[in-house]
Ligand binder design. Structure first.
Ligand SMILES: [Zn+2]
Length: 279
């Protein structure tokens, strides 16, 4: 009996020790892993990859930029509209001391010596849009509020800082030979696709004689999609509008005329009004 009792006690002692070691060991290992993580080359690499982006944002001072960019509406909001912030993105840079801030992105010099700088024109149109939004009491944020060209990542960062419901609208003009209007969402599905369709419907109402360029690589022509960074990396529904071809003279004349710009702004505002209209 004694021997059996001793055996049992010995067995349980071993079993307890076994379990306590089993419990202790993984803990020790986790700690070791933890120490390793802190100095692992993998983590160092990730940190150094993140740092330049952080510096870029700090240098640009995003909160300060947002404060400047967010214009409180001057008008009283109309009850017909939802509380949505319109993020207006004027593509490329403007003009500083007679120097255009973006390479390329300009029309040829026409025979009468006139020339269009896309970024300058984009800003002119956006200015007309904001004037109308002020009257309507619609909130907006500008991703490029000065003449400086703003990096695409910063444009996305500014947009993604906006709180509440928002819609991103990027204003551009086309090049590469062709004429008319086309616009893009990242995908056909979802609100971005739906809003893109709205602009496809609004453009011909203001410009009935101008061409509308659909994606014709499908059975029924649809609005176009594109993998553009500002469409892909913004967190809200986003569209990129391409009004006319700056390297086609007739199109460029529309872009350069005050009436043309006013009508382009009208298309954008009409689209916005439909997008944020209360049901
Ligand atoms: Zn452009």
């Amino acid at each position: 009996m004694n021997t059996i009792a001793q055996l049992i006690i010995s067995f349980f002692t071993k079993l307890t020790k076994f379990f306590s070691e089993l419990k202790a060991e993984p803990l020790a290992e986790i700690k070791k892993e933890d120490d390793k993580e802190k100095t692992s080359p993998r983590l160092t690499k990730v940190v150094s990859k993140v740092t330049p982006r952080k510096e870029e944002i700090e240098e640009i001072d995003l909160p300060e930029l947002l404060k400047v960019a967010t214009k409180p509406s001057k008008g009283k909001p109309m009850e017909t509209f939802k509380d949505t912030t319109i993020i207006l993105d004027a593509g490329h840079g403007g003009m500083i001391d007679g120097k255009y801030q973006t390479n390329g992105k300009r029309s040829p010099e026409w025979s009468d010596g006139t020339q269009l700088f896309e970024g300058v024109n984009n800003r002119e149109v956006i200015k007309l849009v904001t004037k109308e939004l002020d009257t309507l009491g619609i909130k907006y944020v500008l991703t490029a509020d000065t003449e400086k060209d703003v990096p695409l990542q910063t444009r996305c960062d500014i947009a993604n800082e906006v709180e509440g419901d928002s819609v991103f609208i990027s204003m551009h003009s086309n090049a590469g030979g062709g004429k008319g209007f086309e616009s893009f969402s990242y995908a056909r599905k979802g609100l971005s696709g739906k809003y893109n369709d709205i602009f496809y419907e609004e453009f011909p109402k203001v410009f009935p004689k101008e061409r509308v360029r659909f994606n014709v690589n499908v059975k029924t022509p649809t609005a176009k999609t594109a993998n553009f960074k500002v469409l892909r990396d913004t967190n809200m529904p986003a569209v990129l509008l391409e009004f006319f071809f700056m390297d086609t003279e007739n199109d460029c004349r529309i872009l350069m005329s005050p009436e043309g710009r006013q009508k382009i702004a009208e298309v954008i505002v009409n689209g916005i009004k439909r997008i944020i209209k209360k049901d």
